[in-house]
Design a protein around this ligand. Structure first.
Ligand code: ATP
Ligand code: XMP
Ligand code: GLN
Ligand code: MG
Length: 546
């Protein structure tokens, strides 16, 4: 089996699923599957998602319980996905959600057919309590009202109860809205407890994971740090060196700090100043990482190289390619230099590993089960750096969601301001200047951006906003400055609110605030004739301009 962090032998240091009680979520391709994992993590229960086709024989750990997700298919269709039947012999509690419940019913008696109508949206659930020797079936709904508001999204239905099952909930349109095995810990629900529209969804998930599966609620970042440091040490050994690209963003900083904690100066962080960073960014990152966090960081000033390559280029995709490729070239050059410099020192040892700040959403994206009918979402991942390199990947954050990375950062003593920083794209200001990038334009954007962010901070709005920045429009506009005609730059300000960066709304500033920012930019940034505020949401726009 392929394991995280490039380890393929049998002596791999234990991953979280071996160290923490784990609820396994088997994915049938629902848009909400990852939310099941998120809800469990919020309950401090470790959970991992795998495709529904996972063979149990290939799993070298045992989950405390299994959740079968929803999915866009119909279980009775010839090409429908099914779980490994061994799942039902593993003797751990199972909860089927929507398609997952239909899968249970199909497995135990082919009792699923197309419904007369699709049910989509809010539904009223009526819970049926049992007593006596069947009372164990009530455990899933313990603490819930007899009538609950839930959220449904299905077209198929159970046509009959499988043998030895009993009804635990109904709705107007779904007589089998909840089912449970009379003796075993097997449950199915037609609604989605993982979406917030299902009011008591979290209670239900907790009932299943904690009360039924007996999973420990010990997944905390404090516990993770110690385990992860031990894992990194075991993986890297006591000689090898590790390099990593660090941008000053949250993910790479947290990963770097963790790495430093684990192996000290055998970790080398490299930051590339590509000439399109924020004002004084390289200097500040150097200070924070070296002095603040004790991480060994080299800043490579390649700004002239990048700006030279970008000269005359105005196509956005070309800009991105040039920047991406040059990153790789520089990184490879640096890897060689580090190995050469260490050769005759106490640190001598091969540079064997490359650190990457991959997060769990990137992993989910690559493991989720997607059939022909499911939509594929677009996804940003600069990553890319190590592909062409002769190094093994080490990804200490690959099991974590962004909010967990932030918690981890705080528990590692990374300053609050850095942990809560807005994301900043690898191609930087180059994709915030429409058209050709020049040193002069970069200067204008950097200064305007600095003022905008300063004012946002002063107004106490920084944390309310997910991402904010200044950009430069193509062309020039006419203005008047002190009786003189000015043919100057057009700055656009952008600020958005979003939870996942897949959709976003423009932030609604007070007019007074925008005026203040406009005044400061007009007065302090030479050559700016106009300041605009961009209000397009995503979609149809994207967050960046290019
Ligand atoms: N200027 C840079 N120098 C070195 N590495 C970089 C630079 N810019 C980006 N990277 C690498 O690309 C990765 C992806 O960038 P990305 O912006 O997605 O993450 P981040 O910067 O770590 O965090 P954040 O999303 O908060 O900005 C970084 O983790 C880092 O490894
Ligand atoms: O590291 C990065 N390299 C990139 O090439 C890149 N493009 C967009 N972004 C960031 O992704 C989020 C969504 O941006 P878009 O709506 O513009 O696609 C926003 O947070 C963007 O800043 C990038 N980050
Ligand atoms: N959301 C789901 O899991 C839907 C399951 C199945 N495709 C149905 O329509 O009933
Ligand atoms: Mg970044």
């Amino acid at each position: 089996m392929t394991q995280p962090n490039g380890v393929t032998n049998g002596e791999a240091p234990a991953e979280p699923h071996k160290l923490f009680d784990t609820i396994l979520v088997l994915d049938f391709g629902s848009q909400y599957t990852h939310l099941i994992t998120r809800r469990l993590r919020e309950l401090s229960i470790y959970s991992e998602m795998l495709p529904c086709t996972q063979k149990l024989a290939d799993l070298d750990w045992k989950p405390k319980g299994i959740i079968l997700s929803g999915g866009p298919y119909s279980v009775y269709a010839a090409d429908a996905p099914h779980v490994d039947p061994e799942v039902f012999n593993l003797d751990v509690p199972i909860l089927g959600i929507c398609y997952g419940m239909q899968e249970i019913a199909w497995h135990f008696g082919k009792n699923v057919s197309a419904g007369e109508k699709r049910e989509y949206g809010h539904a009223a659930l009526k819970i049926q309590r049992h007593s006596g020797k069947e009372a164990h079936v009530d455990r899933l709904f313990a603490g819930l009202q007899d009538d609950e508001e839930v959220w449904m999204s299905h077209g198929d239905k159970l046509s009959n109860l499988p043998e030895n099952y009993t009804i635990i909930a109904t709705s107007d349109n779904a007589p089998f809205a909840g089912i449970a095995h009379e003796q075993k810990e097997l449950y199915g629900i037609q609604f989605h407890p993982e979406v917030t529209h299902t009011k008591s969804g979290n209670v239900l998930i907790k009932n299943f994971a904690v009360d039924i599966c007996k999973a420990n609620q010990n997944w905390t970042m404090g516990a993770f740090v110690d385990q992860e440091i031990a894992r990194i040490r075991a993986l890297v050994g006591d000689k090898a060196q590790v390099i990593g690209a660090v941008s000053g963003g949250v993910d790479s900083t947290v990963a770097a700090r963790l790495m430093h904690e684990a192996i000290g100066d055998r970790f080398h962080a490299v930051m590339v100043d590509n000439g399109v960073l924020r004002q004084d960014e390289a200097k500040q990152v150097k200070e924070t990482l070296t002095q603040g966090l004790g991480v060994n960081l080299t800043v490579v000033d390649a700004s002239e190289r990048f700006l030279g390559l970008l000269k005359g280029v105005s196509d956005p995709e070309k800009k991105r390619k040039i920047i991406g490729n040059t990153f790789i070239d520089i990184f490879q050059e640096e890897a060689k230099k580090i190995a050469a410099a260490a050769e005759n020192t106490a640190l001598a040892g091969k540079v064997e590993w490359f650190l990457q700040g991959t997060l769990y959403p990137d992993v989910i994206e690559s493991i989720s089960f997607k059939g022909p009918s499911a939509t594929i979402k677009t996804h940003h991942n600069v990553g890319g750096l190590p592909e062409k390199m002769d190094l093994k990947l080490i990804e200490p954050l690959r099991e974590l969601f962004k909010d967990e990375v932030r918690k981890l950062g705080e528990s590692l003593g990374i300053p609050h301001d850095l942990v809560w920083r807005h994301p900043f794209p690898g191609p930087g200001i180059a994709i915030r200047i429409i058209g050709e990038v020049t040193a002069e334009k970069v200067r204008v954007v950097q200064q305007a951006d600095k003022i905008f962010i300063e004012e946002i901070r002063n107004a106490g709005l920084y944390k309310d906003i997910s991402q904010a920045f200044a950009a430069l429009m193509e062309g020039k506009a006419v203005g008047v400055v002190g009786d003189q005609r000015l043919h100057g730059y057009i700055i656009a300000l952008r600020a958005v609110q979003t939870t996942d960066f897949m959709t976003a709304d423009a932030y609604e500033f007070e007019q007074k605030f925008l005026r203040r920012v406009k005044n400061r930019i007009g007065n302090e940034v030479q050559g700016v004739a106009r300041v605009l505020y961009e209000i397009t949401s995503k979609p149809p726009a994207t967050i960046e301009f290019e």
